[in-house]
Design a binder for this molecule. Structure first.
Ligand code: AMP
Length: 446
């Protein structure tokens, strides 16, 4: 292989760097998510970012768009003369439900607890045509509630409420929740046949993709955003008689439970979700201001997936929200974090650098933890006081510790509160104690 040494590298299409300033916003979002997930008793699970391709094909369905067109497969790579790493047959995960279920089965969760409330956050990968809100690497926060004890309609309502409340905790206000039911597996098959029947006389009005979807997976036609297909969907007379008594009753119980939690929703009979594994409740949360890629998150019940993947017959319900879409929806409101740095050391003379270098480390080591974390920075570039203070401002430091020849002679460090401008000369040996007090009680007296 010839390597072009003059080549400038670029980030792969459909991916993005999360730069330090943005990553503070991500951390904030993740922190809020963890807080609310904990409130609802969900525990984190981390699965690999790649799995056997067949796992996704079997769970999402061979005919789903993701499996047909968007899987990012790994290719095998020769390691050494003794053998290969077998990467063929593996794919980057396009979603995480299948992996969580695989792990649930492999680790026999059903033998340990009757209901496993699990959550995950991390990157997912789909070979899509990139556009605003649609990436090849994107991030999801999701939950799965799986187990013999997961068959209650209250759990559907709980999961939907968790999704809505999580989005609210991120500061989102304008989103819409749509719900629907596909009923039992038998009903879902019935809906499938009815859809085929309703669309058949109008197939020629569908876009080329949907003509194919009509044959492969008719449910996916209902997700199409093209006007011609939308008008075909609008003409479908969905009826309660498409569902059996058991399914209708289950759906009523979910809706009553949602009302009891004050969760407002719109019913949309055309909401079906294009993945094979859903039965009964399906839901989607969207924000119209996002344009064509307006879905913030989606989920539903999947009572047959665990058994379909070789596990016990246990029910399950879950959802996933997309982090990038949430951030797009939030854009402009609170993109910047407040403070970056608690204490910034600067030396006025080159001969003072060694001492502040040691002092900064002592402050870090002595930190007892209130506030929770402390961030201590240091400027090794000795220059004029003015330009160093400019650097401190840019770093948005709360306090600056200044050390020059005068301070050295007096055995002191000057601590400046950047918010109030107040300064205090503190004997070196008392610095840690005084700084600790100042950061908890920020009003330093002159
Ligand atoms: P899905 O697994 O397709 O139901 O997706 C759940 C959520 O993940 C969506 O509502 C989006 O917020 C997000 N999402 C899905 N695909 C992408 C993508 N290609 N780029 C960015 N976000 C995505």
């Amino acid at each position: 292989m010839v390597i072009d040494m003059s080549k400038k590298f670029k980030i792969p299409r459909g991916t993005s760097d999360i730069l330090p300033q943005e990553s503070l916003v991500w951390q904030d979002l993740e922190k809020k998510a963890r807080k609310i997930l904990n409130l609802y008793n969900y525990r984190e699970i981390r699965t690999p970012i790649f799995e056997e391709t067949d796992l996704f094909a079997r769970s999402m369905g061979q005919t789903s768009d993701v499996v047909q067109k968007q899987m990012l497969n790994l290719t095998s790579q020769r390691l050494d003369e003794k053998g290969h790493i077998q990467l063929s047959g593996l794919s980057l995960r396009p979603e995480n439900t299948a992996s969580v279920v695989r792990s649930y089965i492999e680790n026999s969760f059903d033998k340990k607890e009757s209901l496993s409330r699990l959550f995950y956050l991390g990157p997912m990968f789909r070979g899509e045509r990139p556009q605003k809100g649609r990436l090849r690497q994107f991030h999801q926060i999701g939950v799965e509630a799986i187990g013999p004890g997961s068959s209650s309609p209250y759990l559907d309502a709980e999961v939907i409420a968790l999704c809505v409340n999580m989005l609210k905790s991120f500061g989102l206000k304008k989103f819409e929740l749509k719900i629907n039911t596909l009923g039992t597996l038998a009903c879902k098959n019935n809906i499938h046949d009815r859809l085929i029947g309703c669309i058949e006389p109008r197939v020629d009005r569908l876009c080329d993709d949907c003509k194919e979807r009509y044959i492969r997976n008719v449910f996916r036609v209902l997700d199409c955003k093209k006007n011609s297909c939308k008008s075909v969907i609008k003409a479908i007379a969905f009826g309660k008689d498409w569902l059996d008594e058991e399914s209708l009753q289950y759906y009523e119980q979910v809706k009553t439970a949602l009302a009891e939690l004050d969760i407002s929703y719109t019913e949309d009979p055309s909401l079906v979700r294009g993945l094979d594994y859903y039965t009964h409740t399906v839901f989607e949360v969207s924000d119209a201001s996002l344009g064509s890629q307006d879905a913030l998150g989606a989920g539903g019940r999947y009572n047959h997936l665990v058994s379909q993947l070789g596990g016990p017959q246990v029910d399950a319900v879950g959802f996933a929200v997309g982090v990038e879409r949430i951030l797009l929806a939030k854009q402009g409101s609170d993109n910047e974090s407040e403070e970056d740095l608690d204490l910034y050391f600067l030396a006025i003379e080159e001969t003072c650098v060694n001492e502040i270098f040691q002092m900064a480390e002592q402050v870090r080591r002595s930190w007892k933890g209130a506030p929770e974390s402390l961030s201590v920075g240091i400027n090794y570039q000795v220059s004029s006081m003015k330009s160093q203070m400019r650097a401190a401002n840019k770093a948005r430091a709360r306090f600056v510790a200044i050390y020059g020849l005068d301070e050295k002679r007096q055995g002191k460090i000057k601590l400046k509160n950047m918010e109030t401008g107040a300064e205090q000369d503190i004997p070196k040996e008392e610095f840690i104690e005084k700084f600790n007090a100042a950061i908890i009680e920020p009003g330093i007296k002159e």
